[in-house]
Design a protein. Structure first.
Lengths: 154, 198
């Protein structure tokens, strides 16, 4: 900023103070309270939705357990029956139910669900240029606004 | 605000955001209290309508509940929040521009500005120009070229630094400053003319 002419910076500062002196309306108390109420309702609906997702997670866990069991049975039958793999299966399954593979699968499934919900809306991740692009689009769409303005001013 | 109180305010905001991310309703209330005024001002200047600004403000905060878990606080909450606001405003403009014209006839007559916005009968600038709630600043803003208006909006309502504005708009700092300088000069001229006409 120091490369910019000090006079111009002073002018900007002065003009900014002038613009700031023009009041812009604020929200009414009711509008603020409505916004808070809407947020709380959204919070409640999201926690309710999270509770409803629990049975689905249980189903996923069961499916993951079945896959792990099938893989284990296949591996055990290939590696030979000398240790009596099939007979040991029930015990092994109970041990396998907390393996990292299952945990990863369950977490992934949950994240995928969240990702799907997320992607239904717009993409809100922060990248600097988007704000400017969004504003540009607000200004320019629909384009006929400019011509109307032109007509009015003429 | 000196450096120390600014750092303290940022710590407070970080704690509020952290609480909101944990689902604490009181922290969401604090965010509303802290940002409702500026957000409303920003949306009002974008739409030119009080009722649209109120609707959009509510929508922004609801959206915040949905996406705050993914927000990573690096001292740029305002930029994030105002981008959500700008995106929602843009989405609404897109939505209404796809509506058939006759749809507007069913809208209420008690809020001319609101129905005008829903009607999509012009860009934000023309909507502003038609708005009964129009003031001198709104009228002057409506007549600025888009790039200059963007700088003013980002500066005065998002309260971004010129460095941030330069980043966000993808121009060098000098260009952002030059645009601000031009825009402010033009605003002064336009507002003088506007005041003289009234």
């Amino acid at each position: 900023m120091s490369e910019f002419e000090p006079n111009i910076l002073n002018e900007i500062e002065r003009e900014e103070r002038r613009v700031a002196s023009f009041s812009t309306p604020g929200p009414t108390r009711e509008a603020v309270e409505r916004a808070k109420a809407a947020m709380r309702q959204e919070l409640r609906s999201r926690s309710f939705a999270a509770r409803r997702r629990w049975p689905a997670a249980v189903g996923t866990l069961a499916a993951a357990a079945m896959i792990v069991l099938a893989v284990y049975v296949g591996w055990a039958s290939k590696s030979g029956g000398e240790t009596g793999a099939i007979a040991q299966t029930p015990q092994d399954v109970s041990q396998l139910s907390a393996t990292p593979e299952q945990t990863v699968m369950v977490t992934f499934d949950k994240q995928q669900k969240e990702l799907e919900e997320w992607s239904e809306g717009s993409n809100w991740d922060y990248s600097g240029s988007n704000l400017s692009a969004a504003l540009d689009e607000v200004w320019s769409e629909p384009a006929r606004g400019h011509s109307e303005k032109g007509k009015r001013s003429s | 605000m000196d450096g120390e109180s600014s750092a303290s305010a940022d710590r407070g905001l970080a704690a509020t955001i952290h609480g909101a991310q944990a689902g604490n309703a009181a922290c969401f209330d604090r965010l509303v209290e802290q940002f409702a005024g500026r957000l409303y001002g920003f949306l009002y200047r974008l739409t030119g309508s009080r009722s649209d600004a109120e609707d959009l403000m509510q929508e922004v905060f609801v959206r915040v509940v949905r996406v705050i878990a993914d927000y990573q606080h690096e001292g740029r909450f305002e930029a994030w929040l105002f981008r959500i606001a700008a995106n929602l405003c843009r989405d609404r403009v897109r939505r209404i521009s796809r509506l058939p014209k006759h749809h507007t006839l069913e809208d209420g007559e008690d809020d001319a500005a609101g129905s005008d916005f829903v009607a999509g009968s012009g860009g934000p600038d023309s909507r502003m120009a038609k708005n009964e709630e129009l003031d001198a600043l709104g009228a002057a803003l409506a007549q600025l070229p888009d790039v200059e208006r963007t700088v003013i909006m980002l500066r005065h309502f998002s309260q971004m630094s010129f460095k941030e504005i330069a980043e966000v708009t993808g121009v060098p700092l000098g260009t952002a400053l030059a645009r601000a300088h031009r825009a402010l000069g033009r605003l002064r001229m336009l507002m003088g003319a506007e005041t003289a006409m009234r």
